[in-house]
Design a protein around this ligand. Structure first.
Ligand SMILES: Cc1ncc(Cc2c([C@H](C)O)sc(CCOP(=O)(O)OP(=O)(O)O)c2C)c(N)n1
Ligand SMILES: [Mg+2]
Length: 542
């Protein structure tokens, strides 16, 4: 019989995990020893638990399987909270494994180091940001608890919390038998599919609007097939940017309300049958709507249920709904829509002019057209709005939860788990938070290309409070620091320097490449300007 640690590691691998990310402490050292010595999954350590969480998140989003973060009790696990909360908000399947005190030390009457209010406070905190929590304090129950937690993690595409007392890691433990996906009622699915198809057929302007859940559930190709079959155009939400790329779908573009393309905004807001697949009804997706979308007339498939006006069909997995619609559906009597997706901007002049955010998008598109597609990972800031105009292999970014600090560690997690080299976009403010994780690249064999948007301030906040002085951050000279961290750094001031440096950096492998792009104070992307105007307009509305 194996021990509990090995049973847990085997189960993680069986459920699709491809790597462990962690930062040890005494409550989790015994588990780290098994993780490293067993070699069941590669173990990558980072320098601060937010980075551990974001790296696990990046791995999960890119590969679709669970991302795994392993931390010590108290100071470690509570440092992870923001990353886990963001994963919960954005439906990322994350597994948090926290070491914990053993039975004897729990009962010795002393306050334990790393303990906050009570020894169960941490579990209570993680109850708020995970869809399931298990404490493995009994080896006989452990296999069933692990199976339940990992099944819920994948079925709900949300984080789960596993607390592992340090006196349990060597306990003899039976292997974990994975649970089957939850069953659903085929008749209910068929009835729901027929009602949705009837509504779409009766509409003058049906439209599909897709969100991040269709990637989490791996059904982008089925959505594209449905759009082609029914001859209905598709738009993505802000969070869904990058979905359906290369899927041969009649893609209009990304809905950004007043901040986006007028054609796309009109198509979404004037649709009389908006079928929303995997869409979060969030302010970032709908907060800048030119007019309130009549959600009663729309159809929403999210979180395993379908809402049509006042009807709710519970327990309808989105893939089952799509399969039923593809079985029952037939072309609506309309001409096949043409994708309107605006061509991405290319052709940045390689001259001596100062660089604006929009130039970075064009420079990246120009360079990737030559070098080949790369996964894009963006932090929050104007780099995110600029990334919306980049043609990468998908875009990983916390577009809804909007936490800074995501970009660099998430890119490292993506490369650790997939081997793909990412292009990371990050502002100077966000780099100050977690950019230093680049110092782990040399020993881990990672070599991302990182573009730092250095506008020497918290520009997004300046956009809302131009008179503020506290948003000035000064000049941190990130490129000069890169060699000390084991990479190559370049500071560029003109568009010509940017183009040449980007081509050089993309060619250079084996060391991370940091391109510090100096942006004039106050320079904003067109999308950010429109977004700020939209938010201001929304705030002004009674
Ligand atoms: C962890 C964290 N702290 C604070 C914020 C608030 C915040 C923004 C959002 C509104 O919540 S945008 C922004 C400034 C970002 O600065 P930088 O990275 O330099 O990018 P840029 O200069 O392009 O704005 C902050 C502080 C945040 N999103 N996440
Ligand atoms: Mg900045």
């Amino acid at each position: 019989m194996k021990n509990l640690s090995i049973a847990l590691l085997d189960a993680l691998k069986q459920h699709g995990a491809r790597a462990l990310f962690g930062l040890p402490g005494d409550f989790v050292l015994p588990f780290f020893r098994h993780a490293e010595q067993s070699g069941i999954l590669p173990l990558h350590t980072l320098s601060h638990e937010p980075g551990v969480g974001f790296a696990a998140d990046g791995a999960a989003r890119y590969l679709g399987g669970p991302g795994v973060a392993v931390v010590t009790y108290g100071a470690g696990a509570l440092n992870l909270v923001n990353a886990v909360a963001g994963a919960y908000a954005e439906k990322v399947p994350l597994v948090v494994i926290s070491g914990a005190p053993g039975a004897l030390e729990r009962g010795n009457g002393l306050l334990l180091h790393h303990q906050s209010r009570t020894l169960d406070s941490q579990l209570a905190i993680f109850r708020e940001i995970t869809c399931d929590q298990v404490v493995l304090d009994d080896a006989r129950q452990a296999p069933a608890l692990i199976a339940r937690a990992l099944r819920n993690c994948l079925s709900q595409s949300r984080p789960v919390y596993i607390e592992l007392p340090r006196d349990m890691v060597d306990a003899p433990c039976a292997p974990v038998t994975p649970l089957p996906p939850p069953a659903w009622d085929a008749e209910a699915v068929q009835a729901c599919a027929r009602e949705v198809l009837r509504r779409l057929a009766a509409a003058a302007n049906p439209l599909l609007l897709v969100g991040i859940e269709i990637r989490r559930c791996g059904v982008e190709h089925k959505v594209a097939e449905l759009a082609r079959l029914l001859r209905i155009p598709v738009a993505t939400t802000l969070m869904g940017r990058g979905l359906l790329v290369n899927q041969d779908a009649p893609l209009l573009g990304t809905y950004l309300g007043v901040a986006g393309d007028a054609e796309v905004t009109r198509a979404v807001e004037e649709s009389d049958a908006l079928l929303m697949l995997g869409v979060l009804l969030s302010d970032t997706n709908f907060g800048v709507s030119a007019r309130k979308i009549d959600l009663r007339g729309s159809i929403l498939a999210l979180d395993g249920q379908v809402t049509l006006g006042h009807h709710v069909y519970p327990a309808i997995p989105i893939e089952a709904l799509l399969d039923a619609m593809l079985d029952e559906g037939a072309p609506l009597d309309r001409t096949a829509p043409q994708g309107l997706a605006q061509p991405a901007p290319y052709g940045m002049p390689e001259d001596g002019a100062a660089i604006a955010p929009g130039d970075i998008a064009r420079a990246v598109n120009d360079a990737l057209r030559l070098a080949g597609p790369m996964p894009l990972v963006s932090d929050i800031g104007d780099c995110f709005f600029t990334a919306l105009d980049m043609q990468g292999e998908g875009l990983l970014a916390p577009g809804y939860y909007a936490t800074m600090g995501y970009g660099v560690p998430a890119g490292l997690g993506l490369q650790a788990a997939s081997g793909r080299r990412p292009l990371i976009l990050v502002g100077d403010g966000a780099f100050q938070m977690t950019g230093w994780e680049l110092g782990n690249c040399a020993r881990s064999g990672w070599d991302p290309v990182v573009i730092v948007f250095n506008n020497q301030g918290w520009e997004m906040l300046r956009a809302f409070q131009p008179e503020a002085r506290y948003t000035d951050l000064g000049d941190w000279r990130f490129a000069a620091m890169a060699p000390m961290l084991g990479g190559d750094g370049y500071r560029v001031q003109t568009r010509g320097e940017l183009a040449r440096t980007l081509r050089h950096a993309l060619d250079k492998r084996g060391r991370f490449q940091l391109i510090e792009v100096m942006l004039p104070r106050g320079a904003q992307s067109a999308t950010l300007e429109r977004f700020v105007a939209g938010v201001r307009r929304g705030q002004a509305r009674p």
